[in-house]
Design a protein around this ligand. Structure first.
Ligand code: PEP
Ligand code: MG
Length: 306
């Protein structure tokens, strides 16, 4: 088994009929770079930048600390693409120095882009670090928990503000794609409008499932009620891919469901462009992809999507 996977290193993630999919890895910081290379992931589809925030005690990481963390990852993985998600703290990821109020419903509360758009200086520190790092590799960034065009436009305006500041300071920046996570039913419903303002979508199935099924992702007691292949979520994925493609942008999945090999064929048939999974899951996923022939009639039940 291990030897068979070893064989897949350096090979393309392509089906028998020639459909390509990008198999990327999810990471939490520079310490995971080795696993990305070892498992021959084609890029990073989700760098959860909040781990950089959870690792500093007392204060948020400085621009310099963040710049170094992002640059290290980009340089080590170049020319591979690295998608860094902007800070997604709040809800299940609390840090003391943010002095966030206690909330009865933190998953529905002050988290992620909501914090960043409220505490603009805090957000700009990260955006500046990302822009500076973009000169050192193939960077893309994405914003979490987006529910409206207005939020996306505001975030992009802050990004441009930071870019101009850096230009004036004579600090180099590189080009980068800007995307969003699709992890709320609201984002799915307005995906066509959102797609006009960004370069890609990455579907966060962990939160999308939680918010669609109204099942707290942290509460094990609800497991008997959790259908991870719930048709509502699968239809949302399909609708998101269709909306993205209508507007010429690529669409990936970076939540746990992307690694579910029982769904790989369906994901490829609906046109998912990228699957970002735990580094250890990349080669097993490539193996499944290379065994698929989408020119044959579908083996699995399509009824999940109806
Ligand atoms: C998700 O919600 O699916 C996701 C990838 O983000 P996180 O698990 O970090 O919330
Ligand atoms: Mg999420």
């Amino acid at each position: 088994e291990a030897a068979l996977l070893e064989d897949l290193k350096g090979k393309e993630s392509i089906t028998v009929d020639g459909t390509k999919v990008k198999v990327y890895a999810n990471i939490g910081g520079p310490e995971d770079v080795e696993a990305v290379l070892e498992n021959d992931a084609e890029g990073v589809g989700l760098f959860r930048s909040e781990f950089v925030y959870l690792n500093t005690k007392g204060n948020p990481p400085t621009e310099e600390e963040q710049f170094n963390a992002y640059k290290d990852v980009l340089e080590a993985l170049a020319p591979r693409q690295v998608v860094i998600r902007t800070c997604d703290i709040g809800a299940d990821k609390q840090v003391d120095y943010m002095n966030l109020d206690h909330e009865d419903n933190p998953a529905l509360g002050f988290r992620a882009i909501r914090i960043c758009l409220t505490r603009k200086d805090f957000f700009k520190t990260q955006l500046r670090a990302l822009l500076r790092a973009s000169a050192y590799g193939n960077l893309a960034i994405m914003f979490p928990m987006i529910i409206s065009v207005r939020e996306l436009v505001s975030a992009r305006e802050l990004l441009e503000e930071c870019r101009k500041e850096l230009e004036q300071e004579g600090i180099p920046t590189g080009p980068m794609e800007v995307g969003i996570m699709i992890e709320t039913p609201a984002a799915v419903m307005i995906a066509d409008e959102l797609a006009e303002h960004c370069d890609f979508f990455s579907i966060g199935t962990n939160d999308l499932t939680q918010y669609t099924l109204a099942i707290d992702r942290q509460n094990d007691k609800l497991d008997p009620f959790l259908d991870t292949h719930h048709p509502a979520v699968l239809k949302e994925i399909e609708a998101t891919v269709e909306a993205g493609h209508r507007h010429g942008i690529w669409v990936g999945i970076c939540g746990e469901l992307g690694a579910d090999r029982d769904l790989t064929e369906q994901f490829l048939r609906i046109g998912v462009d990228e699957l970002s999974v735990n580094p250890k899951a990349t080669l097993p996923l490539r193996k499944v992809v290379r065994g698929l022939d989408l020119s044959l009639p579908e083996k699995v039940e399509e009824e999940n999507f109806r």
